[in-house]
Design a protein around this ligand. Sequence first.
Ligand code: AMP
Length: 213
Amino acid sequence: MRLLIFGPPGAGKGTVAQDVTSALSLPHISTGDMLRAAVASGSELGQKVKAVMESGALVSDDLIIDLVRDRIAQPDAAGGWMLDGFPRTLPQAQALDAALTELGGGIDKVIMIDVPDALIVDRLSGRRVCKACGAGYHATFSPPSTEGVCDKCGGEVIQRADDSSETVLKRLGTYADQTAPLIRFYESRGILERFDNTGSAQDTVAKVVAALS
Ligand code: AMP
């Protein structure tokens, strides 16, 4: 099964994607996670994208398209995947179509995670993440038992540089301008399904898994 997961920053799509892919035994391919790993490793790619990511803008289409094309050609991706954070622009969506035509087949379903705008800013500005294992927390709603320390692995729990309130507004603008138009692109193919994620992520995960099973 080849799946995309869409939603504005702060909709909770990363959490939903992680649990849905683990329930369905599919690779979870998050371009944001791939880029953050590159930044953390100090690789050439990481050095190239660090400043752009911290500003809340998008990295170049060419760079991200190459990254995804390579990733979905890996052996573990042969049976399907869920792409999280890609495509984010029309050229990326077209490049994905072209890559899938080469590989044979297309996208089976696009999962759209919806939450009202007002909730997004609250969620993002309180969002915290473990630097070591990626576990997610919220400063008010679900803090780790000891401030700054991950319950799961003891790693350092931090705020992402691009979750500061100024950058959050920039990221929401980028989403509205460049990514939201893709909703129509997939809706017109009849493969997009919307899921409200205002309540518990576990309920949303159960609904998505049921819709895909
Ligand atoms: P995310 O974790 O998906 O919110 O991604 C974090 C940041 O990585 C974004 O704000 C962009 O700077 C960059 N990024 C991730 N995916 C893409 C993409 N498909 N195209 C361009 N930039 C991306």
